[in-house]
Write a protein that binds this ligand. Sequence first.
Ligand SMILES: *[C@@H]1O[C@H](CO)[C@@H](O)[C@H](O)[C@H]1NC(C)=O
Ligand SMILES: *[C@@H]1O[C@H](CO)[C@@H](O)[C@H](O)[C@H]1NC(C)=O
Ligand SMILES: *[C@@H]1O[C@H](CO)[C@@H](O)[C@H](O)[C@H]1NC(C)=O
Ligand SMILES: *[C@@H]1O[C@H](CO)[C@@H](O)[C@H](O)[C@H]1NC(C)=O
Ligand SMILES: *[C@@H]1O[C@H](CO)[C@@H](O)[C@H](O)[C@H]1NC(C)=O
Ligand SMILES: *[C@@H]1O[C@H](CO)[C@@H](O)[C@H](O)[C@H]1NC(C)=O
Ligand SMILES: *[C@@H]1O[C@H](CO)[C@@H](O)[C@H](O)[C@H]1NC(C)=O
Ligand SMILES: [Cu+2]
Length: 498
Amino acid sequence: MAFAAALLLCALPAGSRPVSPDLNHCVDGGFTFKCCPRRSAKKIINFTPPPPYSPFRVRRPAHSLDPAAAANYSKAVAAMRALPPGHPWNFFQQSNVHCAYCSGGHRQTGANISLEFSLALTRILDHQIHGSWLFFPWHRAYLYFYERILGKLAGDPTFALPFWNWDHPAGMSIPAIYRRNSSSLYNPTRNPKALKFIDIGGCEPDASARPSLEKQRQCNLRVMHRQFAAASNSTELFLGLPYRAGGESFPGGGVLENVPHSPVHINTGSDMSRIRTAARDPLFFAHHANVDRLWAIWESIAGNGSSKAFKDPDFLNASFVFWDENMQRVRIRVRDCIDTRKQLNYHYEDVQIPWLNMTTEIERVVAGDRLRSRASASAVLGFSAVTVQVGRTAGAEGEKLVVGGIQFDRRERVWFDVYVGRAGGEALRATVRTAAGCFVNMEGGGAAGEGSAVSTELRLGITEFVEAIGAAGDDSLAVTLVPKIGGDRVTIGNIWIE
Ligand SMILES: *[C@@H]1O[C@H](CO)[C@@H](O)[C@H](O)[C@H]1NC(C)=O
Ligand SMILES: *[C@@H]1O[C@H](CO)[C@@H](O)[C@H](O)[C@H]1NC(C)=O
Ligand SMILES: *[C@@H]1O[C@H](CO)[C@@H](O)[C@H](O)[C@H]1NC(C)=O
Ligand SMILES: *[C@@H]1O[C@H](CO)[C@@H](O)[C@H](O)[C@H]1NC(C)=O
Ligand SMILES: *[C@@H]1O[C@H](CO)[C@@H](O)[C@H](O)[C@H]1NC(C)=O
Ligand SMILES: *[C@@H]1O[C@H](CO)[C@@H](O)[C@H](O)[C@H]1NC(C)=O
Ligand SMILES: *[C@@H]1O[C@H](CO)[C@@H](O)[C@H](O)[C@H]1NC(C)=O
Ligand SMILES: [Cu+2]
């Protein structure tokens, strides 16, 4: 691995390492799935933004979409499905674009150093758009072209994708326009539970409890509030960790990529729940439109006009290639998709954001978990809940809790919850605590075989939570990790506060 990275670095201009896909060397994952795009000799052109006077698109909530607009949308998707299988706009070709960028299909440019070398390596450097700062911009660009292709098929230059408004009580189930089994927007593999309620981050009651729908919706709103609180103060926490050419993929996704993004996929069910097949469900695009909307909301919240996105040239110069609505192959850079209004001619309809003004809730720990030392965390995690004592500097600002060296296989589903509690009382037991976030991996990521084992990080901003439990003056915290899915398939390296 180190060898590969060293070779690669030599091949690139010193100091600049934006990631880009090597389109000549897409690798299919054996017999089980094939998602590499058809080879094309067509020249790749650089993206040019739509002229400011060209039609503007307004993305609206799917649950209240005007029936005529919904009819246009489903007709356009039907047209996409009816295209020849090899056509770049074909429904499955389009869904494969997501698959190739996230299941070890595309390699990084320059990373195929030579096939002889790569065979000898334990890992090949894939071009991965999840688990890093590429997550938000890649999906924004993907939806941008997808929307314009649909607009072309619909004969409507103002066509806009609807968004799945699962962060509002009125949108917390699969929207009606996706449900009719005769519609092109239907997918038969969905979880029927999501027809009633979509759990965006741990709000599904266990078998014994029967909370009302109203309570579950409130729970979703609290999750939204908590996730924004855990991400809001920092670009890195929101957008994810840096990922540069020559680097291992999946250094660590942003807080919202974990939740609500991944649970909405998982809880929608089958196709949507696996990275490889997710974009075969038309709901994918409504889901990701809402994720994209949250990025725009985050930009606008503290925003006094200037973008909060990274200014790092390796972020801004990272690039991807898509087919556009004029059948051209276009290279778009992250710098082209920071501002949806100014650069891409679309925006989201303003709807009420009920979770913005909520407050953090704390819970009392009934018996109190016995604390372990931080050093023993790596030894015990992997199968059951654990509470460790983590030192901090009282009064520190912008504190981040880091769960590092999280190792698992990206083909598997993994989920654990993180709580921040007060380390107090006799025998150092946790007394009060609050949920601070979750680590969630969807299944079906990584290449088949090689390239699916990862080591990654979860970073959470904890300022608001520490204040809520009254621990601002303490010099340690009780951090509890509770495995929810696949606890026996994940190990943790260490936990610390920065
Ligand atoms: C539906 O598409 C037609 C073009 O085919 C367009 O003129 C019309 O405005 C669209 N209707 C809505 C409600 O978007
Ligand atoms: C990758 O390897 C192939 C075959 O060995 C070679 O033709 C190609 O130029 C290489 N690509 C890069 C970007 O090095
Ligand atoms: C489609 O839904 C209708 C009722 O909404 C039902 O009668 C029919 O059996 C369904 N068809 C399939 C193929 O599931
Ligand atoms: C507001 O904008 C100015 C200039 O654009 C910038 O210097 C300042 O840091 C921004 N303030 C915040 C809180 O982002
Ligand atoms: C980013 O890419 C542009 C265009 O290729 C190039 O001119 C510029 O030097 C790059 N910036 C950095 C900092 O690498
Ligand atoms: C948040 O705002 C809504 C609507 O403006 C209001 O009804 C609600 O009481 C507020 N909640 C809190 C906790 O302030
Ligand atoms: C964000 O930072 C400000 C000032 O540094 C702090 O007062 C606030 O509590 C922080 N919020 C969160 C959610 O960390
Ligand atoms: Cu997704």
